[in-house]
Ligand binder design. Structure first.
Ligand code: PMP
Length: 431
């Protein structure tokens, strides 16, 4: 089929035929058109090279066009492109076994595949409600969990919540964010808020509590140590389960652990994963304790593409590459080097209010005044535009659009770090 790569044609077709709702929600002044990717690098249609610090929004976990992933999908596509769960196929079965083996010991884990993170979140919600027999859910303010009615209802950022009847029974509690949270770094105060919410805003019972161990779209905000363990006890005392959204923080990205929740000494009943799981192939999964997942078997939850052998072949290859190339360890090493760069920039530029990171999830929060922490939204937009001019791809994040977020492919190398420092130094010059 013919493809017209000219910039005007791409913009023209997109403007004319895409629904406005599919606009880029983090737009550059003029669109950036990528023609090719190889590992941590991208090339635009004019042949200019970029360092990808965003991994196309965390999906490209092991690098663009990774030959192991490509070969696995190629082989599968030649044999059998599609097979629903109505029939048996070895590839999703192998992948389920391999994913379950990545979970911490201590409970019997089973896997339900979906097509996306959003869909996995909805499934997790149905599981939690069906298993507990309760309706009410706790979620954190500033969280992003997806786009369907269920996942949007759990999302705690107004820009992602449409003005339609979202689900009842979802209570957004104060985000334990030491930098911007309403109780500062007082973890006990955030925990007390959970007690109050259960006491005054619910029937006294919960279906569950959903958290991202590190908020992604919210701007790389990690749960403080001690919070999740204590919160989970309160939730279980009210009859609920813990759902952990590992869509951004899973698969070794934090460097220290394979899953973000492992940093918090908890064993969730339900873990949701997507994005990096398939290195860009549409795939999500809910991995849950066997008895919790089993409640769904009373009804059908069929989806045509869930457990696609093509996507699962990609998923299996991703796990192999993470092991073969020691990418979890690499996330720790390169993450630490990138953190050191951001810390140096923090010393140098007044506009950087805070640097946050864990492994290869990194952010700088920009403020016009360090004391009042007023979000430097306008300046962030200017600096964001400069990142592109300086050949690095990052994201502009957070409810106030004042955070630069970096979640690079996990194959990024120490040799790339100097590029990041030089580029960001040029971007921040004058601020
Ligand atoms: N949870 C988190 C933490 C996410 O970042 C996202 C996507 N950005 C989702 C859920 C939803 O995933 P998807 O876009 O695959 O539906």
């Amino acid at each position: 089929l013919d493809i017209d790569w000219s910039t005007e044609a791409i913009i023209g077709r997109r403007d004319k035929f895409y629904a406005a709702s599919q606009r880029a929600f983090v737009p550059y002044k003029t669109p950036l058109i990528f023609a090719r990717g190889e590992r941590q690098y991208l090339w635009d249609e004019a042949g200019r090279k970029y360092l990808d610090l965003l991994g196309m929004n965390v999906c490209i976990s092991v690098g663009h066009a990774h030959p192991t992933v490509t070969r696995a999908v190629e082989e599968q596509i030649r044999q059998l492109q599609h097979c629903t769960t109505m029939f048996y196929h070895p590839v999703p079965a192998h992948f389920a076994e391999e994913l379950a083996a990545r979970m911490p010991k201590g409970q019997d884990w089973v896997v339900h595949f979906t097509n996306s993170g959003t869909e996995a979140i909805d499934l997790a919600l149905i599981m939690a409600q069906s298993f507990t027999g309760n309706i009410d859910m706790l979620a954190l303010r500033n969280a992003y969990h997806g786009a369907t009615i269920g996942a949007q209802s759990l999302t705690g950022i107004s820009g992602f919540r449409h003005n339609v009847p979202l689900l009842g029974g979802v209570h957004h509690i104060a985000n334990p964010d030491p930098y911007r949270g309403i109780f500062g770094d007082d973890t006990d105060a955030y925990l007390a808020e959970i007690d109050r919410t259960i006491q005054f805003a619910t029937p006294g019972t919960l279906a569950g509590f959903i958290v991202e161990p590190i908020q992604g779209y919210g701007g790389i905000v990690e749960l403080p140590k001690g919070y999740l363990k204590a919160a989970t006890k309160k939730v279980r005392d009210a009859g609920g389960v813990l759902i952990v959204d590992e869509v951004q923080s899973g698969f070794g990205r934090t460097g220290d652990n394979f899953w973000g929740f492992e940093h918090h000494d908890v064993l969730p009943e339900i873990v949701v994963m997507a994005k990096g799981i398939g290195n860009g192939f549409p795939l999500g999964a809910v991995v849950a304790r066997r008895d919790v997942a089993e409640v769904l078997a009373k009804k059908f939850f069929f989806n045509t593409y869930g457990a696609s052998p093509m996507a699962c072949a990609a998923g299996r290859a991703v796990l192999k590459v993470i092991d073969d190339e020691k990418l979890q360890q690499n996330s720790k090493t390169v993450g630490a080097a990138l953190r050191a760069v951001l810390d140096r920039l923090h010393q140098k530029y007044e506009i950087i209010g805070e640097v946050r990171s864990h492994g290869l999830m990194l952010a700088v929060e920009l403020v016009s005044d360090r004391r009042s922490k007023t979000p430097a939204t306008k300046e962030t937009a200017e600096i964001f535009e400069k990142t592109r001019e300086n050949g690095i791809v990052v994201s502009k994040s957070g409810a106030n659009r004042n955070i630069l977020r970096m979640v690079p492919p996990m194959c990024i190398k120490l040799e790339d770090v100097a590029w990041v420092e030089e580029a960001l130094d040029r971007c921040f010059a004058g601020y």
